[in-house]
Design a protein around this ligand. Structure first.
Ligand code: IPD
Ligand code: CA
Ligand code: CA
Length: 259
């Protein structure tokens, strides 16, 4: 299955890269003025689902643009055909394809493919996480002042700014550096690769995190909600770190949204 996920992610990724600057139809999603979708998101998703269905016609699918299939199966493919849509639409080369494979409710394999850097992140539960075939290990930083952190802002930030801005302000004065790349799947992949020491975000969807959470765990990191409880891809809070700075990050997140 991982081989098929890789084939689908690469095929879709090539299409995304080719499509930069060729977008014809941009729509706003569900009345959220910042949440955009184009025919390229949909085309990428159709390619991925086509490949999966050819090999596993009876598996269930949960995909960002077409939703949940009505198939009942122990296997569910959780797909974001373009993570980093806003970047993509501006021609900023920070976006990817991400696919997670769930078995009986647990993510057992995942892939993230970045067509701009040709970086392919993969993992199978219990067998480690890899970047272009090289085993990944989270960073060894033990302090926030020695850490490079990353976060993202939800599309409803104008309606609910404290969710993201309060935590951002609290972290920016504690960390060595703080980034906002615009692709949650790459943020998580980079924590697994040791490029970032920690990542948090609110209101992500299962497809943003399905592969990335597995990468972080398989690379030796820790993933929880903001209260320190084990995270799943269906929770609305995610904190992923190298493990060593996790409690320090939980302490900052517990300060809440005071500005
Ligand atoms: C978004 C990106 C972004 C995150 C948003 C996501 P999309 O996904 O992952 O980094 O901050 O919350 O919705 O819409 O580009 O697939
Ligand atoms: Ca996404
Ligand atoms: Ca998307």
């Amino acid at each position: 299955m991982l081989t098929i996920a890789i084939e689908a992610a690469k095929e879709a990724g090539k299409f995304l890269k080719y499509s930069v600057g060729r977008v014809k139809n941009i729509e706003v999603k569900q009345g959220e003025e910042r949440n955009l979708v184009s025919e390229i998101d949909k085309g990428s998703e159709a390619k991925i689902i086509g490949i999966i269905k050819r090999h596993y016609p009876h598996h269930a699918i949960l995909a960002e643009e077409s939703g949940a299939s009505d198939t009942s199966s122990d296997y569910k493919w959780v797909i974001d055909p373009l993570d980093g849509t806003t970047n993509f639409l501006h021609g900023l080369p920070i976006f990817c394809v991400t696919i997670g494979i769930e078995y009986k409710g647990e993510i057992v394999a995942g892939v993230v493919y970045d067509p701009n850097t040709e970086e392919l992140f993969t993992a199978e539960k219990g067998a480690g996480a890899y970047l272009n075939g090289k085993r990944l290990k989270v960073s060894t930083s033990t302090t926030l002042i020695g850490s490079l952190l990353v976060t993202g802002f939800p599309y409803d930030i104008a309606q609910n700014p404290d969710n993201a801005i309060g935590h951002f302000v609290n972290f920016v004065v504690e960390a060595q550096g703080l980034r906002r790349l615009g692709s949650a799947a790459l943020d998580l992949s980079y924590v697994a690769a040791g490029r970032f020491d920690g990542f948090w975000e609110v209101n992500l969807n299962p497809w943003d995190m399905a592969a990335g959470i597995l990468f972080v765990r398989e690379a030796g990191g820790r993933v929880t909600d903001f209260a320190g409880a084990e995270s799943t891809i269906y929770k609305k809070q995610v904190l992923a770190s190298n493990g060593a700075i996790h409690d320090s990050m939980l302490r900052i997140l517990s300060k809440g949204f005071a500005r």
